[in-house]
Design a protein around this ligand. Structure first.
Ligand SMILES: [Zn+2]
Length: 260
């Protein structure tokens, strides 16, 4: 995998050097032939690495599509174990995974999907002591934890490294998605997102799937060079009415995280 500097920059090579094998070109041919994507975006994607906080319902969908799409590397961090109540919405897991560490089982399952993508799992709680190390060399931070604490830990990293933080949340019949990119738009501390703090909300299984798939699409857009669709916009899916709405968020000039 190609590392590039400064950390977090999206690679825009003038001379495209092929890192894709013939098998990968075939595997990703439906993307490569897409107008506006092409071989260069696919090469960019392969040169990219992301951190995913969480290995539950959102991450099941997000990581699955990023794996299938041909990212360079995924680093997963989650300290929880698979329980029976997870299986209605955490589609990476099987009954035989019950009681096992989600990050470990997710790594195993994801590697089956695409052997060309590197996956690294960390069975640990994201904390202020390890977040910078776990985010090292990542181009995008992905908050799929459904836990406000993880977002608060990732945001200063995004601000320090000026990289995007793609943030999702789900609960009951609502899914929410936005992109923070300190230096280019608001950060998480600029915005007030009204997300209840219940880490295990009631929900129907497709909600994290829908939201996680959109999260993966946004990450692919950023890493492929199309740019974020949701910078300064919060997309909200309401599963009762099958309706998408959105609201605008702006950078706060007095923000204690991104304005210093
Ligand atoms: Zn801010």
């Amino acid at each position: 995998m190609v590392q590039y500097s400064p950390v977090g920059s999206i690679p825009r090579r003038r001379t495209v050097i092929s890192y894709l094998s013939p098998a990968e070109v075939t595997r990703y041919s439906r993307q490569i032939t897409l107008d506006g994507w092409g071989r260069e975006a696919q090469e960019r994607l392969k040169s990219s690495q992301v951190l995913i906080a969480g290995a539950g319902g959102l991450a099941s969908a997000t990581a699955l599509y990023l794996m299938a799409g041909g990212l360079g590397a995924i680093r997963l961090v989650d300290d929880s174990r698979v329980s029976l109540a997870d299986l209605n919405h955490q589609v990476l897991f099987r009954e035989r995974d019950l009681g096992k560490a989600k990050a470990t089982m997710a790594e195993r399952r994801l590697k089956e999907i695409n052997p060309f993508v590197m996956v690294e799992s960390h069975v640990k709680l994201l904390s202020e002591h390890n977040v910078f190390r776990l985010a090292a060399n990542c181009n995008v931070l992905i908050d799929a934890s459904n836990n406000a604490g993880a977002g608060a830990l990732l945001n200063p990293v995004a601000a320090r490294q000026q990289i995007p933080l793609v943030h999702a949340w789900v609960g009951e019949m609502t899914g929410l998605l936005t992109t923070f990119w300190p230096g280019r738009g608001p950060c998480l501390a600029c915005a007030v997102l009204e997300t209840p703090s219940n880490r295990h909300p009631a929900l129907l299984g497709p909600l994290p799937g829908i939201t996680g798939a959109l999260q993966a699409l946004e990450v692919l857009r950023i890493l492929g060079g199309l740019g974020p669709a949701l910078l300064g916009r919060v997309l909200i899916f309401n599963g009762d009415q099958f309706r998408f709405t959105e609201k605008t968020i702006r950078s706060n000039p007095q923000c204690p995280v991104c304005s210093v």
